[in-house]
Design a protein around this ligand. Structure first.
Ligand code: NAD
Length: 555
């Protein structure tokens, strides 16, 4: 945040300052929006307000704005609405310029937003939530977080419903009686019917509106990466409504804006079923990842390469979705969604016996949240085998994001690796070809929210605000005593051990967290005098012994 006189600024990630509008600007802003809406109505367009233009809302807004009716005309006029907060206001002026507030590896994101704003003129953004008065349909894409109070103990955490509840209140105060409200936010099961619907009903009662609010739920399955837009538009959806009228309306709306011909829509009886679908599918994914942690440790200690085991299992079509867990799970959804379900069972649905049967989902999340700590142990042990200590060692982490070839760092295992090694006294540098700023460190006092940084679980974290991402691998390696290959980004897959050792200037410890190294590369590192360790790859010890024997044979 910055201020000049009385003006408060919201700063975009690229450092551009946008003045937050004062209250006296609100009327003029509403008139601007109203004029554009009048024009759109004349063209028979439906007016859609998307609340929250973050990772999901900004792109969903553009997908809706790009939709065409059977005659080929654009059928919707979309208003992206965002709180004018210091943290988020900048998204509004950026969108109005036709620029995406979301940085994505998918080039279609920028093209789509620019086309809808500048060419089609079917997408605008505003900070004035009075725009809700003009809506035929409201899509809610604000966040609903799950905050954990302890590292590795999901059950002591709680859902943070404040943004969603505030949004529902604002919607209830403003929308017309026939407006459809569609919650896309991943919510704790029961939220749509037992939290959001009552808020809307109370607001309607206060406004003496007799009709029942039309409320529906349909969650997002968006995936960061090069198919970002398609993962929203061309993907299977699930939906439901609080009553038959809402169900009919949401089904019609989704069929108009998404590719439901190729990716059929599933309509559930009740929103709690749609909400539960999202929570169960992500808990399932979190569980199959966590399940392999124990076999990863088994493999490390018994000469087994889990990567080859998985490959062998995958050959069997019934088991083709088995996945190696890497140094933690990360992403916005898998670490939290099971927690929303566990929490809802007690705090929304009113049951006290959750702990008697919720065993697997909490354990899976706890395992995933702490798997990265083992990477720090491997770095320590590899250095020890080279006669060095972790304290004051120069360690390069390659890969800050949570999955390969994306720049998304949310809850990445790499963050925990950095924090644990820093606590142990290592000097950390980071390379990532896709990440510009690692805000989890640079802004750890306020990101992801004040008091929510993982820094609170570790000591000696203050200096990490100075951590910057290098894009030059050879420079980043100079003088490094250890290199952690944390994410299988394409540039890391065929790194030449000769070059790595040359750039580092000395043999170093190499830690493979994601089955990145081939057996040839591992052998090569050993021949160069390096030490290699890896998550789930116990056969490395065998390669080391073979290299040693080979050397003795040479003598
Ligand atoms: N990002 C993903 O990869 C992903 C994938 C699947 C599902 N989801 C779900 O989608 C939902 C949204 O996630 P996101 O990643 O877009 O979050 P985000 O934090 O990027 O965006 C949320 C936006 O809502 C805004 N907001 C908050 N309160 C508001 C209010 N009262 N009025 C207007 N705007 C408000 C915030 O300022 C922010 O810009 C979450 O439930 C998430 O679980 C996300």
């Amino acid at each position: 945040m910055s201020t000049a006189g009385n003006t408060v600024y919201s700063t975009s990630p690229s450092g551009e300052n946008f003045a937050i509008p004062p209250k006296e600007d609100y009327d003029g802003e509403f008139q601007r929006v109203e004029k554009l809406v009048d024009q759109a109505r004349e063209e028979n367009k439906e007016i859609v307000v998307v609340m929250g233009v973050g990772f999901v809302g900004a792109v969903m807004a553009a997908i809706i704005a790009d939709a065409r009716d059977k005659t080929g005309n654009h059928s919707k006029f979309v208003i992206g609405c965002q709180r004018p907060s210091v943290r988020s206001y900048w998204k509004i002026p950026m969108l109005n310029r036709g620029q995406s507030p979301v940085k994505a590896e998918d080039p279609e994101v920028d093209e789509l937003i620019s086309r809808c704003v500048l060419t089609n003129k079917t997408l605008i953004a505003t900070y004035n939530s009075d725009c809700l008065k003009l809506a035929d349909c409201v899509v809610v894409d604000v966040q609903c977080d799950f905050s954990k109070n302890d590292l590795g103990c999901m059950t002591t955490g709680q859902a943070d419903m404040a943004a969603l509840e505030a949004t529902m209140r604002t919607i209830g105060q403003n929308i017309g009686p026939d407006c459809l409200v569609l919650i896309e936010t991943t919510v704790a099961p029961g939220t749509t019917e037992f939290v959001a619907w009552p808020i809307l009903k109370k607001a309607f009662a206060r406004r003496e509106i007799q009709s029942v609010p039309l409320l529906a739920h349909s969650f997002e399955r968006v995936m960061p990466g090069k198919d970002y837009v398609a993962s929203i538009r061309d993907f299977w959806r699930v939906c439901s409504g609080c009553n038959p009228a809402a169900k009919k309306r949401v089904e019609k709306f989704l069929r108009q804006v998404l590719n439901t011909t190729d990716f059929p829509l599933t309509v559930m009886d009740r929103p709690i079923e749609s909400e539960t679908t999202k929570i169960v599918e992500n808990s399932y994914r979190a569980t199959i990842l966590a399940f392999l942690n124990e076999w990863s440790l088994f493999a490390e200690r018994n000469g087994v390469d889990l990567i080859k085991v998985i490959k062998a299992i995958k050959a069997r079509p019934t088991h083709s979705n088995i996945i190696f867990p890497g140094p933690g799970i990360g992403g916005y959804c898998l670490p939290k969604d099971g927690g929303l379900g566990y929490w809802a069972y007690r705090h929304i649905l009113g049951f006290e016996d959750g702990d008697s049967f919720f065993k697997i989902t909490p354990t899976a999340i706890d395992i995933n949240d702490t798997r990265a700590l083992h990477v720090a142990e491997l770095v320590r042990d590899a250095l020890r085998n080279m006669g060095r200590y972790i304290a004051a060692a120069e360690v390069l982490l390659c890969g800050a994001s949570y999955r390969q070839d994306v720049g998304d760092t949310r809850y990445s295992g790499s963050e925990l690796v950095v924090r644990k090694l820093t606590e142990m006294g290592a000097e950390i540098r980071v390379h990532d070809p896709y990440v510009e700023h690692w805000y989890e460190f640079e802004k750890q006092d306020v990101y992801p929210a004040p008091g929510h940084s993982w820094s609170r679980f570790f000591r000696n974290q203050d200096e990490l605000t100075n951590l910057r991402i290098s894009k030059d691998l050879s420079a980043a390696l100079k003088g490094a005593e250890a290199m952690i290959l944390a994410v299988p980004h394409s540039p890391y897959l065929d790194l030449d051990p000769e070059k790595v050792v040359k750039w580092a200037g000395n043999p170093l410890a190499v830690i493979d967290c994601f089955g990145i190294l081939t057996d040839d590369q591992i052998g090569h590192y050993f021949r160069l005098g390096c030490e290699v360790k890896a998550l789930g790859r116990g056969h490395i010890q065998r390669i080391k012994e073979e290299v040693r024997k080979g050397r003795q044979g040479e003598l």
